[in-house]
Design a protein around this ligand. Structure first.
Ligand SMILES: *Cc1c(COP(=O)(O)O)cnc(C)c1O
Length: 506
């Protein structure tokens, strides 16, 4: 006491700060919650896509860290002044870009609890509740999705929470790779082939690369508009046959339910038939659309999953759970464990030795892991299956409404059929031909890209694009939790206004 106490820096802040003082935690914690509540209340006032220039923040912040403590009041003021302008507001009701990330109170509170406990749950012993709740949540969710019993713990399979889909796919590729190399010899790694379609997420190619698959052996099988940009069994078969003929070894197929560009769906049953014939591991990537499959009317998209080896979806995408939370199920956890397990002396413990517990460190890349299942527990209990379905259906309905609005303006067209809550549309070539005296595809694409940029620059709404089969489309993805029908109508007005202006100019 005394001497330290007297050494107050100029701002009058006390030097004897305790980093986890419970009463200070209460005081400052409430301030942050109030800050965020105000943020959500006012989020519509900000331009949806951040309008800052690269390097904006370095110009605003000091060159080095402060020596002396600064009060939370001041820090929060700076968050408002310096950080908020550089945020693209994913929680805005006018956010329709990429796939939105659906925040929720329950997801947030789960995150808070998880962060508050701050446990490092690499094995069962390091926090039994973290492991056990995760296994139970994965079974709950698996049942909601009507996954076959083989994917649940009771059926010999099991689920694990990964950070992201990229990690989930890497883990399954590595499991498949080691299983196959055990059969054919490690010297044959260069022969392994990984399959997807030209619509498959880049995560698969990246995972294959990291897993040491020969870069020449990644097949992005072509899709066509005639097949709604789904991978067909025929195309897969002929690609596999050519590889077998060339002496290569088919290893892994990623089938997608709800592709990132256009939410296209690969038909699982026929694809699994072909893959299984050749001993290929099938992973089903339903990162976005998996959520919708808890609704009976969407579950048919998963038909055939019983013949796949692994399945994943992102609860942090369209399931009201904060980033990160990717749910992965496998039928054969031992394949994952064989590829990813290590057991150093400092982690040895009785529980692991009994083999009666799950040590999730062996199901993932990293050792340390967060207590993510609390988020899911909070979301599932706070809303219940009935409300979750209601939320998802309301997003689908809003997307349908947007589609209806497009249909009433002959200048626009929906480019691919809508499966879920994402609409891919553009100004039609005919309209652009009328105005530009050209009907070239490039002119149409360029015009739509200009239109999208002018819309996004306005800050009123935010959408992103995709190029599907050579066609540039604007993607209207409903899924932000604050979005209501009025925002969808407003968004359509914004699109029309910018189209009017741009068509007049051309
Ligand atoms: C978003 C998405 C991914 C990537 O998800 P991450 O969790 O960011 O790795 C993969 N596949 C599909 C189909 C996606 O939509």
């Amino acid at each position: 006491m005394g001497s330290l106490e007297n050494q107050k820096p100029e701002n009058g802040f006390n030097c004897t700060i305790k980093p986890l003082d419970p009463e200070e935690f209460r005081r400052q914690g409430h301030m942050v919650i109030d800050f965020l509540a105000d943020y959500y209340k006012n989020v519509e006032k900000y331009p949806v896509r951040s309008q800052v220039e690269p390097g904006y923040l370095r110009r605003r912040l000091p060159e080095s860290a402060p020596q002396d403590p600064e009060p939370i009041e001041e820090i929060l003021q700076d968050v408002q002044k310096d950080i908020v302008p550089g945020i693209t507001h994913w929680q805005s009701p006018n956010y329709f870009a990429y796939f939105p990330s659906s925040g929720s109170i329950a997801g947030f509170l789960g995150e808070m609890l998880s962060t508050g406990f701050n446990v490092v749950g690499f094995n069962w012993m390091s926090s039994p509740a973290a492991t056990e709740l995760e296994s139970i949540m994965m079974d709950w969710l698996g049942k909601m999705l009507k996954l076959p019993n083989e994917f649940l713990f009771s059926g010999g399979g099991g689920g694990v929470l990964q950070g992201t889909t990229c990690e989930a796919i890497l883990c399954t590729i590595v499991a498949a790779r080691d299983q196959m190399l055990k059969k054919i010899g490690r010297e044959n790694i260069n022969k392994l082939v990984v399959y997807g379609s030209d619509q498959t997420h880049s995560a698969v190619q990246k995972a294959a690369q990291i897993a040491g698959i020969n870069p020449n052996n990644f097949r992005a099988v072509s899709t066509t508009k005639a097949n709604a940009f789904g991978l067909t069994a025929e195309a897969l078969r002929s690609t596999i046959e050519a590889d077998v003929e060339a002496g290569l070894v088919p290893l892994f197929l990623c089938a997608t339910i709800g592709t990132t560009s256009s939410t296209a769906v690969d038909q699982l049953s026929p694809l699994c038939d072909v893959a299984n014939e050749y001993g290929v591991w099938v992973h089903v990537d339903a990162a976005y659309a998996g959520s919708a499959c808890i609704c009976p009317e969407f579950r048919h998209f998963l038909d055939g999953v019983e013949n796949a080896h692994s399945f994943s979806f992102n609860a942090h995408k369209w399931f009201f759970t904060t980033l990160d939370c990717c749910c992965l199920w496998v039928k054969d956890p031992s394949a994952l464990v064989k590829a990813l397990s290590t057991y150093p002396e400092y982690l040895r413990n009785k529980a692991s030795e009994t083999k009666q517990v799950v040590d999730y460190k062996d199901w993932q890349i990293t050792l340390s892991r967060r207590f993510r299942s609390l988020k899911l527990w909070l979301v599932l209990r706070s809303y219940g299956v009935a409300n979750l379905r209601k939320f998802l259906r309301s997003h689908v309905k809003m997307a349908k409404n947007f589609e209806g609005l497009i249909g009433m303006d002959k200048r626009f067209e929906v480019v691919v059929p809508r499966n879920f809550a994402t609409v891919c549309f553009r100004i039609s070539p005919i309209e652009i031909g009328k105005n530009l005296n050209v009907t070239k595809d490039e002119a149409t694409n360029e015009f739509n890209s200009k239109l999208l940029e002018s819309i996004n620059e306005s800050g009123k709404i935010y959408m992103t694009h995709a190029v599907i089969g050579g066609v540039y489309v604007m993607r209207f993805a409903v899924g932000a939790s604050l979005t209501e029908n009025r925002h969808v109508h407003l968004a359509w007005k914004v699109v029309q206004e910018h189209a009017n202006a741009l068509l007049k100019m051309s």
